[in-house]
Ligand binder design. Structure first.
Ligand code: AMP
Ligand code: MG
Length: 495
C-alpha cells in the first residue's frame, strides 16, 4: 500500500518510476511564489475517490503549485521523442511537466497525476518550463467538454495561478495545472526507447504499457502485437469521435498521441463551426497537415511510427515482424471507417440503416459544407426534424433551406416502423447542443487573464458539462460566432 500524504490524503504509487528506469529524470517542481486557486475539479476528485475536502483547500493548493511534494510522490520528468510535423526529434520529454505518481481509484484503475507548468526540467531546452493562465484554463474546459461528450480524454484536476508572470508575446499571468491521465505513455515514448537501441529498455517500457493498458495480454507470446492492435483500434475509435464532433486537435505529433487512446494536449485545438473538411485553426499548421479531414491519415501515419519501434519485439525474424506490423497497421482504415460509419448512422438517426444510411449521411455532410452550415447545430437540428419540426433545421440553412427538400423526403422514407420522435431522442444523445465555442472560450480566457474574472470561465464550464441537454434558441452558448469572428480565429501554440 503506497504511503498516504497526511495533509492531502493523496496516496501516490510510483509504478512507472519503479519499472521503467531509463525513461525519466527525477526532478522537483519549482514552488510558485504566490499561489491562488483558479479551479478545482470536484467531480473528478469524487470519481477518483480522493479527499476533495483537503485537496480543494490550502493543502491542495500547496501541492498543485509545486510548493510541497506530497509524501509518497517521487516526481519524474518523463523522456520521450516525437515526430513533430513529420520531423523527428530524438529528445523532447517533459520540459515543463512532472509526473508526481499514480492514483489508484476505488475500482482499482490506475491514473497518472502530473503537474504541467511547474518549472523547467532537463528536457526544457529553451523553454521556460511555465504555463500561462489562458492555456491552462483552455485545457480544463476542453477536456471537461470532451469527457462530457463521451470522448476518452485526460482531465484537469486542478488549476492554480502562480502569482508569477510568464513571458510570451506579452507578459501573462502564470499557472500550473494538475492533469489526470490513464497514463502519459505516448507513441513518442516508444520512439525514445527504440532510439536508445537498448533492447531491455524497450522491453521494460512495453511490459509496463501492457500491464497498464492491456493487462489481459500479460504473459502471452504475442502480447506486443496485441498491444499494437489495441492502440490501433482505440485510436481509430477516438479519431472517429473527434470527427463526429468537428474537433480538430491541431498538433497531432507522435508525442501527443497516447497509448491509452485518450485525447491529450489541448494546445491549438478547436471545434469547427461551419462545416469545412479542410478546416485548420492552428497558426503554425501552414500546410493543413492536421486539418479535420486529415486526422485519420495522420493517426495512421503516427501508428506506423509506433509499429516500427515494436518490430524487434514482434518476431526475431525481421521479415516476419514487418509483415505482422503491416497487417496490424493495415486494420486502422477498416476500424476507422467502421466507427465513422456507425457514428454517422446514429448522428443521422438511422443507426439500424445500411448503405443507404451512409449515403444519406454523406449527402448531409455535403449539404452542410456547400451551404456553410454550423456543424454542431446542423446535426442537432436534424433531430428536431426527425421529431417533426423542420423549422429549426431550415433556419440553420437560412436562404438555402430549399436545398433540403429532396434529401428530407428520401431520409424520412427510411424511417420504417420506428417513430420519428424515438429517432429524435436517440439523435439528441449523439448530437450535442453545446460544444466549447471558440469565441466563448476566448472570452472566458481573456476575462481570467486580463481581469482576474473567472465568472465567464465557470459559466462556460457548467454549460459544456451538460452538452446534450436541450436549450432554447436564445441561449448564447449554442450560437456560432459571427463569420468575421470565425474567419479570424487562430489558435496558438504559445502555450
Ligand atoms: P507540446 O507542443 O506542448 O506538446 O510540447 C512539445 C515539447 O515542447 C514537449 O517536449 C514540451 O515539454 C516542450 N515545451 C513546450 N512548452 C514548453 C515550455 N514553456 N517550457 C519547456 N518546455 C516546453
Ligand atoms: Mg505534448
Amino acid at each position: 500500500m503506497p504511503t498516504q500524504d497526511p495533509s492531502t490524503g493523496l496516496r501516490l504509487d510510483n509504478q512507472f518510476a519503479r519499472e521503467v528506469q531509463g525513461m525519466y529524470v527525477r526532478w522537483q517542481p519549482e514552488p510558485a511564489p504566490a499561489p491562488r486557486w483558479l479551479q478545482f475539479n470536484d467531480a473528478l476528485a469524487q470519481e477518483l475517490g480522493l479527499e476533495a475536502q483537503a485537496l480543494r483547500g490550502d493543502a491542495g493548493l500547496a501541492v498543485f503549485s509545486g510548493q510541497r511534494v506530497p509524501d509518497g510522490a517521487e516526481p519524474v520528468a518523463q523522456a520521450y521523442a516525437g515526430h513533430q510535423f513529420g520531423y523527428f526529434s530524438p529528445r523532447l520529454g517533459d520540459g515543463r511537466a512532472l509526473l508526481l505518481g499514480e492514483i489508484v481509484d476505488p475500482s482499482g484503475q490506475r491514473f497518472d497525476l502530473a503537474l504541467k507548468g511547474s518549472g523547467p526540467t532537463p528536457f526544457a531546452r529553451n523553454g521556460d518550463g511555465k504555463a500561462a493562465v489562458g492555456p491552462v484554463l483552455r485545457e480544463f474546459i476542453v477536456a471537461e467538454a470532451m469527457h462530457a461528450l463521451g470522448v476518452p480524454t485526460t482531465r484537469v484536476l486542478a488549476a492554480v495561478a502562480t502569482g508569477e508572470s510568464v513571458r510570451r508575446e506579452r507578459a501573462l499571468p502564470g499557472a500550473v495545472l494538475a492533469r489526470v491521465a490513464a497514463s502519459h505513455l505516448r507513441v513518442g515514448s516508444f520512439e525514445y526507447a527504440a532510439r536508445t537501441k537498448d533492447a531491455a529498455l524497450l522491453g521494460r517500457l512495453a511490459e509496463h504499457a501492457i500491464a497498464r493498458h492491456a493487462p489481459h495480454l500479460q504473459g502471452q507470446r504475442q502480447r506486443h502485437l496485441g498491444l499494437l492492435e489495441q492502440v490501433v483500434e482505440r485510436q481509430a475509435s477516438l479519431i472517429a469521435q473527434w470527427m463526429g464532433l468537428g474537433f480538430i486537435h491541431g498538433v497531432m505529433n507522435t508525442d501527443n498521441m497516447t497509448i491509452s487512446g485518450q485525447t491529450i494536449d489541448y494546445g491549438p485545438c478547436a471545434f469547427m463551426e461551419h462545416f469545412d473538411p479542410e478546416e485548420v485553426f492552428s497558426s503554425i499548421d501552414h500546410d493543413g497537415r492536421y486539418a479535420w479531414a486529415n486526422q485519420s491519415a495522420i493517426a495512421h501515419w503516427n501508428l506506423s511510427r509506433l509499429a516500427e519501434t515494436l518490430l524487434p519485439l514482434l518476431d526475431d525474424d525481421a521479415e516476419r515482424a514487418g509483415a505482422l506490423a503491416m497487417a496490424t497497421i493495415g486494420k486502422f482504415d477498416t476500424h476507422l471507417s467502421e466507427h465513422w460509419s456507425a457514428l454517422l448512422r446514429s448522428k443521422v438517426g438511422l443507426p439500424d440503416g445500411a448503405d443507404a444510411a451512409d449515403r444519406l449521411a454523406t449527402e448531409f455532410l455535403h449539404l452542410m459544407q456547400r451551404h456553410e452550415v454550423d456543424y454542431t447545430l446542423g446535426w442537432r437540428r436534424l433531430g428536431d426534424a426527425a421529431a417533426g419540426d423542420e423549422a429549426p433545421l431550415r433556419a440553420v440553412f437560412g436562404a438555402h433551406a430549399a436545398a433540403l427538400d429532396d434529401w428530407l423526403a428520401r431520409w424520412r422514407a427510411l424511417f420504417g416502423t420506428v417513430p420519428g420522435v424515438e429517432r429524435a431522442r436517440a439523435m439528441a444523445e449523439v448530437n450535442p447542443m453545446v460544444i466549447p465555442r471558440n469565441h466563448l472560450v476566448e472570452l472566458a480566457l481573456e476575462a481570467a487573464t486580463d481581469y482576474d474574472d473567472l465568472g465567464p470561465f465557470e459559466r462556460l464550464l457548467a454549460e459544456v458539462r451538460r452538452p446534450f441537454e436541450s436549450r432554447d434558441d436564445a441561449n448564447p452558448y449554442i450560437q456560432p460566432a459571427t463569420r468575421e469572428e470565425t474567419a479570424n480565429y487562430h489558435t496558438f501554440c504559445g502555450t
